[in-house]
Design a protein around this ligand. Sequence first.
Ligand SMILES: *Cc1c(COP(=O)(O)O)cnc(C)c1O
Length: 408
Amino acid sequence: MKPQIEVPFHRPSIGEEEIQEVVRTLRSGWLTTGPRTAAFEQEFRTYVDVSYAQAVNSCTAGLHLSLAALGIGPGMEVITTPLTFCATVNVILHVGATPVLADIGPDGNIDPESVASKITGNTRAIIPVHLAGLPCQMSSLWALARSHGLHVIEDAAHAAGARYMDQPVGGGNSPSGNHSDAAVFSFYATKNLTTGEGGMITTANEALAEKVKILCLHGISKNAWDRYTARGHWYYDVLFPGFKYNLTDIQSAIGLHQLRKLDSFIEARTRYAGLYNHLLDGVEELELPPDRSDSRHAWHLYIPRLRLEDLTITRDDFITALRERGIGTSVHFIPIPLHRFFAAFANRPENQCPRALALYPRLVSLPLYPALSETDVEFVANAVRDILQKSRKRRPVSVARAMTNVSS
Ligand SMILES: *Cc1c(COP(=O)(O)O)cnc(C)c1O
C-alpha cells in the first residue's frame, strides 16, 4: 500500500489576501495585463532596487526574451552551468545560439575559472544560475564579462529575495556599479514567490528594457501606438516578430501579495534551513548544503550531499526510504549532459563537466518551504539520520590503517 504522505516536497503559501485580490481582479472586468501587472512590476522594481522590471508569463519566457533582445543568435556561444533546469539551455537553442557548459565549483554554482577556460571568440553571454538561491560568484563573473565584452543574464529562478554582497539579486543600483544586463525570476508554483506560473525580468538598461517590452507582446510598439492614436484606437504597428509572453492581472494579483510576504517567507526558509543544519550536523554520511557569509541565501532549496563512499545505499534508495516514511524529496538537477537530447552536444570536449556529473548522484533536495512546521523539519531530519545510520558502511580497512599509523 502507498504510504500516507506526511511531509510533501512542497506546499504553497497562499493566503486570504491573494485569494481576495484574485476575486477582485475577476470582478473588475480586467483580466489580462493591466493595472495589477503594472503595480506588481513597480513593487518588484522597488524590492530589488532596479530601474526596470518586465513581468512575463514564465522565467523561461524571460530568459528567451532577454537573449533575443540582446541580439544573441546563430554563430554565437552562451556559457551556462550543467546543473540547472533544462529551460536555461533550451532558450539558448531557441535563439539559434550554441550553449557551452562550464563546470561547477564546490558550491554547486558555475565556476568562474571554468567559464574563463571556455570563452572563445564566439562567446557573447554567460547565464549563471543561483542554484537553490545561493548567489553565484558574481564579482568574478562580472570581471570576466567586462574584460571579454560579454553579456550576463542571471537565471534567478531560485533567487527571489537573495542578496549578493551589497545588493539584492537582480538589482541594478549597487554602489559598486556592478550589475548584470538582466536577471530573470520564476514565479512557478514551487518557487519562493509564486503566481502559479510567471516570471520577471529586471534590468538597469533602458534600451534593453524597451526592447524586452516590445518583444514581450508581439513586437508591437507602444510608441507607434501613441504616434498613431490620431488614426483611432484600433491602430498598432509591429516592429519585430515578437512573442506572447505577458503576465495576466489574475496572476499579478497573486504576485502582489506574495511579494509583500517574500521577506517573511525567506525568514521562515532560513530558520528551517538552520534547524536542518543543526539537527543534521555531525551525521557523517551527509555533507550540509553550501552557504556564503557575505550574501543572503534565499533558501529556495535545501540540498545536502550524501557521502556515498560511507553508505551501502544509493541516493535513489535513500529517496525511496524517505518516501516509505511519508517524506517527499526531489533532485536538483539531472545534469544537462544526461538528457537524451543534449547528450550529443554535451559529449564535445568543450562541454566536459566532470564535477557536476560526480556531484549529481549525491544530491537530494529535502522539503523546505514556509508552510512547514518545526515538527515537520524534526520529523524529516530524524528520518534522514535514522536511514543513514542503518545504511552506514562498516570500515574495517580504515581501522586497520589507523592502527598501522599508530604503530609506525
Ligand atoms: C524553475 C526554473 C526555471 C524555469 O522557470 P519557469 O518559470 O517555470 O519557466 C529556469 N531555471 C531554473 C534554474 C529553474 O529552477
